[in-house]
Ligand binder design. Structure first.
Ligand code: GLV
Length: 321
């Protein structure tokens, strides 16, 4: 029997291309940088399995280009908003992702952003490097306290719950909003109370976004919802940029209707809204949520297992559809 063809769109930690290409037909080795759309469409043709990243759009056009032999799209990410799931499902293509292995890394980064934004790390670092520091200043760069304050978590899945666990170490009161509230036991374990979204936004000193990007969550934090937040509040986004109205957030920061923002994700990555680049109170990271060696190797391992399982006719460890 002809070996199955696979496409790996990029060289990835934990994805053993040489081993895989010994078992499947894998073509040229994956590039070090993101594949262009044209190359993705071209190289997908005839593939039985695709292992891709969140920068690769898997839509009807790509699925057509791959052809009817495609069995699995294994995403090197937990978020699958780059993949048209209903379209894949309609064609019988399994979609898989990489949860769990990146939960701690992402929740750690969320907390790092929370602290950095509250205590003005970006602004303070720039101030020092630019040689503007003339000595200890009792009035200089005062930030917001974290310990004992209220954290509102939007999206209480694995990453949101891991953020709630971290919040306990800072003696924070934890509110959360989720489509499906947790069981009373889990709420007790996490010391978290459910709120509707508007109440959470107006009660919280810190709001952390941990929802997947879906039709329901796109634009969830709209201009009107941002206006519900306290002017002393800090917004942290470790979910997806499209969950927030970025222009409205930049305006709220520049008009000091929001104290600060800690952002890892953007509406049009790798572009960042110019208003955010100009806002001293925005701490901006280049989508680093899962960026530890351990997490990325775990993602690669899981993405590989998902791909191979489906191609061998087994149930994958992390199916999405
Ligand atoms: C990263 O954003 C991921 O979804 O894994």
């Amino acid at each position: 029997m002809e070996p199955k063809t696979i496409l790996i769109t990029r060289r990835l930690p934990g994805v053993p291309f040489e081993i895989l290409s010994g078992r499947f037909r894998a073509g040229a080795s994956p590039p070090d940088t993101a594949m262009s759309r044209e190359e993705f469409l071209r190289r997908a043709a005839g593939a039985a399995g695709i292992l891709c990243t969140l920068a690769d759009r898997v839509d009807a056009v790509l699925l057509d280009a791959a052809g009817p032999g495609l069995k699995v799209v294994s995403n090197f990410a937990v978020g699958v908003n780059n993949i048209d799931i209903p379209e894949a499902t309609r064609r019988g293509v399994r979609v898989c992702n990489t949860p769990d292995v990146l939960t701690d890394a992402t929740a750690d980064l969320g907390f790092a952003l929370l602290l950095a934004a509250a205590r003005r790390f970006s602004e303070a670092g720039r101030f020092l490097r630019e040689g503007r520091w003339t000595g200890w200043d009792p009035w200089g760069l005062l930030g917001m306290p974290v310990a004992g304050k209220t954290l509102g978590i939007v999206g209480m899945g694995k990453i949101g719950s891991a953020a709630a666990q971290r919040a306990r170490g800072f003696s924070m009161r934890v509110l959360y909003h989720a489509r499906h509230p947790l069981s009373p036991e889990r709420e007790r374990e996490l010391a978290a109370s459910h709120r509707d979204l508007d109440a959470l936004l107006s009660e919280s000193d810190f709001v952390m976004l941990c929802v997947p990007l879906t039709v329901q969550t796109r634009g969830l934090i709209s201009r009107e919802r941002l206006a519900r937040m306290k002017p002393t509040a800090v917004l942290v986004n470790i979910a997806r940029g499209e969950v927030v109205d970025e222009g409205a957030m930049a305006e709220a920061l520049s008009e000091r209707r929001l104290f600060a923002a800690g952002l890892d994700v953007y509406e049009k990555e790798p572009q960042v809204h110019p208003g955010l680049l100009l806002a001293p109170s925005a701490v901006l990271l280049p989508h680093l949520g899962s960026a530890t060696v351990e997490a990325r190797e775990g993602m690669g391992r899981l993405a590989t297992e998902n791909l191979v399982a489906v191609l061998e006719g087994r149930e994958p460890p992390c199916p999405v559809n």
